[in-house]
Design a protein around this ligand. Structure first.
Ligand code: 8OZ
Length: 362
């Protein structure tokens, strides 16, 4: 059985270990969505991850839902990300960009010409987002038209091509946590009567068509998908998550993608329940590729997940945020720095590039 410190092959890439850095929203890009020099420092500090998955990055101006998140739709953003990928590669790391469209989780003040957010159906979330003036309720969305859906697919393809131009090793499609793709997957947010709504195989179509557009640009092994079957974050519900996600995983199998990434926690900041883990274990039996799990793992629990075959790799979020040298710390069983929630979202170097490594610390 695998252990956390063993390499793993992903297409042409050999990942040095099975400790992934989970995507983490940090809200430190410029107003134009360009990641700055600090982002290059932050990610390169964490290059000892087997694979870094970047923070969620909007594929288009309409895909933005929070202040100061980065994009991958303008030449300046591509240039900014290029500095990040160069810094990570110079430090020996591997990095995938997470492709994101927030759908209904947005606010008119963040969108072009103060547009309303788009969603599968015009159902407002009981949820908040971070805008210029602080936390605010999300705006009322409008339902995507057929041409709006096709334009969104084009945006995914262009963003995937931009990610390649920016020097990434691959991309992860964000289909979790109540954003646009998840809004199509789950029944609570998808009341469509066209081929993208109704039965599960229709609700999955939005995701598989995105996968197909991304595969026009990327080799299949360099594409991952992240899902959160039991996740309720952002006011999400589904009538039959086991059915919805069994069909999602079955549909994804045919593309032979690099990996499937499971958010095992029902709420972003809480641990996993028995039910969350049972869902993940069930989907593990269906998925034919590399299986990556995330949600409150520490070193011993991560090691146990690999030993028992529950997963092939473990993604660490908050632990990686606070410990740039997490793999060596886990290997040594060393103490971990505590993450500081005050500096998670927005700000500068403090709580971003300032966490010490073992070497400089004690
Ligand atoms: C926390 C704050 C804002 C966004 C996610 C992209 O949950 C996020 C996110 C998390 O996937």
């Amino acid at each position: 059985m695998a252990n956390l410190f063993e390499p793993v092959q992903l297409g042409s890439l050999v990942l040095a270990n099975r400790i992934f850095m989970a995507p983490l929203t940090r809200n430190r890009a410029g107003a134009d969505g360009v990641p700055g020099e600090l982002a290059a420092t932050y990610y390169s500090q964490r290059a000892s991850a087997g694979l870094i998955v970047t923070e969620a990055t909007q594929i288009s101006p309409m895909g933005k839902g929070y202040i100061n998140t980065p994009g991958i739709h303008s030449p300046e953003q591509v240039r900014g990300w290029r500095r990040v990928t160069e810094a990570v590669h110079q430090s020996g790391g591997r990095i995938f960009l997470q492709l994101w469209h927030v759908g209904r989780i947005s606010h008119t003040s963040l969108l072009p010409n103060n547009a309303q957010p788009v969603a599968p159906s015009a159902i407002r979330a009981n949820s908040q987002t971070l805008i210029a003036t602080g936390l605010a309720p999300v705006s009322e969305p409008v339902a995507l038209t057929a041409s709006g859906i096709n334009k969104t697919f084009d945006d995914y393809r262009r963003a995937a091509a931009n990610a390649k131009e920016a020097g990434f090793d691959g991309v992860e499609i964000h289909a979790a946590n109540g954003y646009l793709v998840d809004q199509f997957l789950k029944t609570g947010t998808n009341r469509r009567t066209d081929e993208y709504g109704g039965i599960a195989s229709n609700r999955v179509r939005f995701l598989t068509e995105i996968v197909e557009r991304v595969l026009e640009v990327w080799d299949r092994a360099h594409v991952g998908v992240r899902i959160s079957p039991t996740g309720g974050f952002n006011d999400m519900t589904d009538d039959n998550p086991r059915e919805t996600f069994s069909i999602t995983v079955d549909s994804l199998n045919s593309y032979e993608l690099g990996y499937l990434h499971l958010v095992e926690t029902a709420q972003n900041s809480k641990g996993s329940s028995e039910e969350d883990l049972a869902m993940s274990a069930h989907l593990r039996t269906l998925w034919k590729g590399l299986y990556v799990v995330n949600g409150g793992y520490d070193g011993p629990r991560g090691q146990e997940a690999l030993r028992t075959g529950h997963a092939d790799a473990v993604a660490y979020g908050r632990a990686f945020l606070a410990n740039p040298d997490l793999p060596v710390r886990l290997q040594l069983g060393a103490a971990l720095n505590e993450p500081d929630p005050e500096t998670f979202y927005g700000g500068g170097a403090a709580g971003y590039t300032s966490y010490p490594t073992l070497h400089f610390d004690r």
